[in-house]
Design a protein around this ligand. Structure first.
Ligand code: FMN
Length: 184
């Protein structure tokens, strides 16, 4: 999770993965932690408690920094323009970007949920570079045709879509029934 608005997306992903007993490794950037405080009622501890393993973003020697540590892939949710740029340029100075770099080189799914509006040419070029390198750029844009009744539903829908790129995860709506802040 990095420092863009939309921390709920990362939180919901952790909730959904925990519901299916899928092992998660969480890295929070410093800016993510500031944003969490600013826009959610969650404490950092509430969020780290949802993950199986928590790594410091400064710990460049942590397991996800190595290609030999087998993972199903990685989601950066939300993804700041800074982290997007770092990933696009292979500028792997922290664990989040290094792990994303590893996912690309190992040809594992890397799904970024970049959030900014409007987008300038630099943002767009960085998205193109990541796409060219095999990443999936999935701005968290809600759909309205399914007539969502709450923000919560929109967030779950987007998080489920992000997980649809990974094998072995059931993303059917029933699987997530009851998940969300009301049950957190
Ligand atoms: C409340 C808040 C909201 C922010 N929203 C965004 C955003 O939506 N998109 C973005 O790219 N940066 C946003 N930023 C700025 C990033 O946090 C900042 O560029 C930071 O350096 C990103 O670092 P990181 O990628 O290591 O988390 C926001 C910052 C704060 C404090």
């Amino acid at each position: 999770m990095t420092g863009a608005t939309g921390q709920l997306y990362g939180i919901r992903l952790l909730e959904l993965l925990a519901a299916q007993d899928i092992e998660t490794h969480l890295v929070l950037s410093d800016s993510a932690q500031i944003t969490i405080r600013q826009e959610t009622d969650y404490d950092t501890a509430d969020i780290t408690g949802l993950a199986d393993v928590v790594h410091s973003n400064e710990n460049i020697g942590a397991s996800p920094a190595s290609g030999s540590f087998e993972t199903a892939g990685m989601v950066v949710a939300p993804c700041s323009m800074k982290t997007l740029s770092n990933v696009a340029h292979g500028d792997a100075g922290n664990l989040i970007v290094r792990a994303a770099d590893v996912a690309l080189k190992e040809r594992r799914p890397l799904v970024l949920l970049p959030r900014e509006t409007p987008l300038n040419r630099i943002h767009l070029e960085n998205m193109l570079s990541v796409t060219d390198a095999g990443g999936i750029v999935m701005p968290p844009l809600p759909s309205f045709y399914n007539e969502p009744e709450s923000i919560d539903e929109m967030v779950t829908d987007t998080a489920s879509r992000a997980l649809s790129y990974f094998d072995g995860i059931d993303v059917s709506a029933e699987e997530w029934a009851g998940l969300g802040p009301s049950s957190a």
